[in-house]
Design a protein around this ligand. Structure first.
Ligand code: TIU
Length: 252
């Protein structure tokens, strides 16, 4: 661990003698041991543009109510991560107001009711600074947490995420958010190629298409965990919470 990451562990939360420094997550395809100071919670694109009527997701013809099920599981793991002092990273998909970072191939495809950049009920669709681009109130970032604005589906493409994770000595990612088969899968594949161990929260992800959610998770954990591990929020919370885990405590 780098000196900076040691500092971050104390600085990012309220780590104390009752808190755990590591835990074993009952994941698939197999349990995984995680050291919490080198683990970050990455919450992908829990934005009004995907979650609420009138945003980007609905303009594509989707039923946005399909995504609501992920909110509570994410909130419970986010609370535990904050208690543990874990590094928390929120991402937001979106583009600059002049669309200079939006490829024409992305803007022009399909037949959405509104295109990226068009005015909608929550401001311009998928544009940074607009109401629809912001994160939903239930999962709103604290000032101390990191927010990564990304122009693509993957959170590493054209962002500072690699530098941030390296700075804080992160080796493992707990990944959740929307949508399972698009931005979550793309980010996990990018992270896996960069050497991160990724544990994806099965109930902390959601898709507009339930069958894609199921297959998206299966693709990650198949073949001995070809891209990563999958666990539900209860299993992750059990590993993070002192009362329910037998692992060592910070300073113990
Ligand atoms: N459309 C869809 O399922 N997803 C996206 O466009 N972006 C994210 O997944 N965040």
């Amino acid at each position: 661990m780098t000196p900076e990451s040691s500092l971050a562990w104390g600085a990012y939360g309220m780590a104390n003698s009752k808190q755990l420094s590591s835990g074993t997550v009952a994941a698939e395809p197999e349990p995984i041991d995680l050291d919490w100071p080198s683990t970050a919670l990455v919450i992908i694109d829990m934005q009004r543009d995907f979650m609420e009527p009138g945003g980007f997701g609905e303009t594509l013809g989707n039923d946005v109510s399909q995504l609501a099920r992920a909110v509570q599981p994410i909130a419970s793991v986010l609370n535990a991560a904050r208690d543990l002092g874990m590094l928390v990273v929120h991402t937001r998909e979106g583009h600059l107001p002049d669309l200079s970072d939006a490829p024409p191939a992305k803007i022009e495809r399909g037949a959405p009711s509104l295109r990226i950049g068009d005015p909608g009920p929550m401001g311009r669709i998928l544009i940074r600074g607009e109401a629809g681009h912001d994160i939903i109130p239930a999962l709103y970032p604290l000032d101390s947490e990191i927010v990564i604005d990304k122009p693509g589906k993957g959170a590493f493409y054209a962002t500072e995420l690699s530098d941030v994770l390296e700075k804080y000595g992160i080796e493992n990612l707990l990944v959740c958010g929307v949508t399972t088969e698009v931005c979550v899968n793309t980010t996990v594949r990018e992270a896996n190629d960069r050497g991160y161990r990724c544990v994806v929260l099965s109930d902390g992800c959601a898709s507009y298409f339930p069958e894609f959610h199921e297959m998206g998770l299966k693709m990650i954990k198949a073949q001995g965990g070809i891209f990563g591990w999958v666990a539900d929020s209860a299993a992750v919370l059990k590993a993070m919470t002192p009362e329910t885990s037998s692992k060592s405590a910070v300073g113990a």
